[in-house]
Design a protein around this ligand. Sequence first.
Ligand SMILES: [Zn+2]
Length: 415
Amino acid sequence: MKKTAGIVIALALDLGCGVALAQDSHIEVSQLADRLYLLSTDQGSYTTNTIAFVGEDGILLVDTQSEDDAEELKRAVDAFGRGTPKYIVNTHRHVEHVGGNAAFGDAPIVIAHALVPAKLRSGSYLFDEFPDETFPDITLADSLTLYFNGERIRILALPGSHDDNEIIVHFTESKVVHLSSLVNGFNFPSVDADGDVLRFAELVAKAIELLPEDVVIVSGHNDTGTWHDLQSYHDMLVQTTEIVASGLAEGKELAALQAENVLGEWESYAGSYVSVDEWIEYLVDALQAAEEPKRTVYEPLYYVWNDRGADAALAHYFELQREHPEEYQWDDFTLLVIGNKLLANDHIQDAVKFLDASLEEYPESPYNYYANYKLAEAYYRLNDRERAARYCEKSLELNPEFAAAIALLEELGKM
Ligand SMILES: [Zn+2]
């Protein structure tokens, strides 16, 4: 059962809610150390963190936000007055960490884990069609030391928890580290299908061992913390795993563990990504060694779409569903994810086809507020303001608080 992981991934990573309408800057800049700055974007229910290291040699960035926030990030980086970054280090391949690479052109030397190039051309990422500038120039599977701005920067691969390609970046003199998504802003971790819930404790323990006690910890998302926070986070991982494992050993099932609120003591780790109940579910799934996740349909659909267009790709989707129901994973967000990515890459008519199909096939999906909103955005870009307004209204019927739909409706002069 990988449902939770799928939803978290789809919403948090693939459906980043940024929309290219008039918006005030939402990058917050704060100082972490003498020459180190935290550039944080507010994504609504969570933040995404970039580090800028600024000195006499120029700028090094750790992570570059999503493509939607790239122009703003670029403006914030330009404001340091040190030109285009010399280096970009991507802590893992997810779109909120690599999406802004291309905005800086091909001058920066991009450093990432050795698995990142292949990952950016597989699965749902095929539909992102990342330009060459997004891809790393240097990859590592172990460690790398960089001397820049007079400082020794340790870059270490610690893959296998949130995803399978995380690297951490330690500024040894400034005493700041970016721990990728090993810590999720000191909330319960989120886990990709290629990650492993049960490896967090071991990898966090490794990070604790590698780092000095007075280090400032930046994570991919949300709050920064201390070495002692990292220790508590590690203890939480170990203890919550033990409690859920012993519940399962007593013959309890997921629903019972949730109803008994067996992890209530760790409520303070609940965040917008992962609630207490979801963390219990992650642990139950992992401890019961749920079967390998099934293949997704992104790759077969991408190649059909690329060769023969959206209608053929959608026909292929239904054909696979009819003829190979057991081989692939079927869910209520794949068509939406594809529609969203096609729209982001200006394949507007094709996006409309996928979004329409998503609404038609999955009328009960909890993501339909988002599908309706994306249709509104598509029609807005096609200059069909009437239809755009109607889809905005449908989106707001399903999710009255949805800020992006409210903003678009205002833009359309309907609010
Ligand atoms: Zn991630």
